[in-house]
Design a binder for this molecule. Structure first.
Ligand code: SF4
Length: 286
């Protein structure tokens, strides 16, 4: 009935705000297919608002990811699903439940509550919950305003000062050692083995308290798991040479035992790129 009402004036654009969120799965599929048919028959454009990633992937040509009233990332549905760049987009996809029991989520990939939208944080609105936040993120809005390309979608991508590996070529990104550690931790935590292989040594030694474990990305094998999120990365130098990245807080899980606290990611430089060789955590049991 609502769809018919919306179409009666023969519009070219329809704004659909959570149109299928209250429906059960089988009816949802029927309505989505009907919407797709109507779109093709009437050459319609939809602005489709949804929190359901599967629905978004099914219906969308282009996706805008919003956090606290601002666009943080844009791309095709496939591109976002394959390689989300913004930490919030990554957390969204990491929070999608998996049907594979081996990929059970132990801890939500995002901690804390969204801030009050009436009084949002200065700078990047996501910084109070972002694992990569650093002091300059508090000024990111000035950075945004400077961008003459006021197309919000490209601005949104330019504001994140700590994007992951795919942003490595962008001048606003963090130094390569921080990027390597971020990518390693994020891909290890979400068990994206192919991406993990790109930044990790063949075997990574993981030391937690008195125990030593191994992580072998090529074999998709890890005796210990990293639990997302983690926070606070800073470069460690020994005799002026970059040897690792300190992590203010991360959590590692061995069987049913979890340790949380500060840690270190050991790095080895190879032809200007960094590879992770080890992780150590001086954590306390939870
Ligand atoms: S790294 Fe900084 S700018 Fe990027 S999302 Fe996190 S808090 Fe925002």
């Amino acid at each position: 009935m609502n769809i018919a009402r919306a179409l009666v004036l023969d519009p070219k654009l329809l704004v659909l705000d959570e149109p299928v969120s209250a429906l059960d799965k089988s009816v949802q599929a029927q309505v989505l297919n009907l919407l797709q048919d109507l779109k093709a028959e009437r050459a319609l454009t939809y602005v489709f608002i949804s929190h359901d990633l599967n629905v978004i992937e099914y219906v969308s040509g282009r996706v805008l990811v919003m956090y606290l009233g601002e666009v943080v990332e844009t791309g095709t549905a496939d591109a976002l699903a394959q390689s989300p760049k913004h930490p919030y987009t990554q957390a969204l996809f990491a929070s999608a439940p998996s049907l594979d029991p081996d990929h059970r989520m132990e801890r939500p990939p995002l901690a804390g509550d969204p801030p009050n939208p009436i009084d949002p944080p200065s700078g990047c609105r996501f910084r109070t919950r972002c694992a990569f936040a650093m002091p300059r993120c508090a000024q990111a809005r000035q950075h945004m305003r400077m961008g003459r390309a006021a197309i919000f979608v490209s601005l949104a991508l330019s504001i994140c000062v700590a994007p992951l590996a795919a942003h490595a070529q962008q001048p606003a990104g963090p130094p390569p050692q921080i990027q390597a550690a971020q990518t390693f931790l994020m891909t290890w935590g979400s068990q994206k083995w192919d991406e993990l292989k790109a930044v990790a040594a063949d075997t990574v030694t993981v030391k937690v308290g008195p125990g030593t474990y191994t992580l072998q990305p090529a074999a998709q094998k890890s005796d210990v798991q990293l639990t997302l999120p983690f926070r606070g990365l800073s470069t460690v130098r020994t005799d002026g040479k970059i040897t690792g990245v300190k992590v203010d807080e991360m959590a590692l899980k061995m069987g049913d035992k979890e340790m949380r606290g500060p840690g270190m990611v050991d790095l080895k430089e190879e032809n200007g790129a960094f590879r992770v060789t080890g992780v150590s955590a001086t954590s306390t049991p939870q």
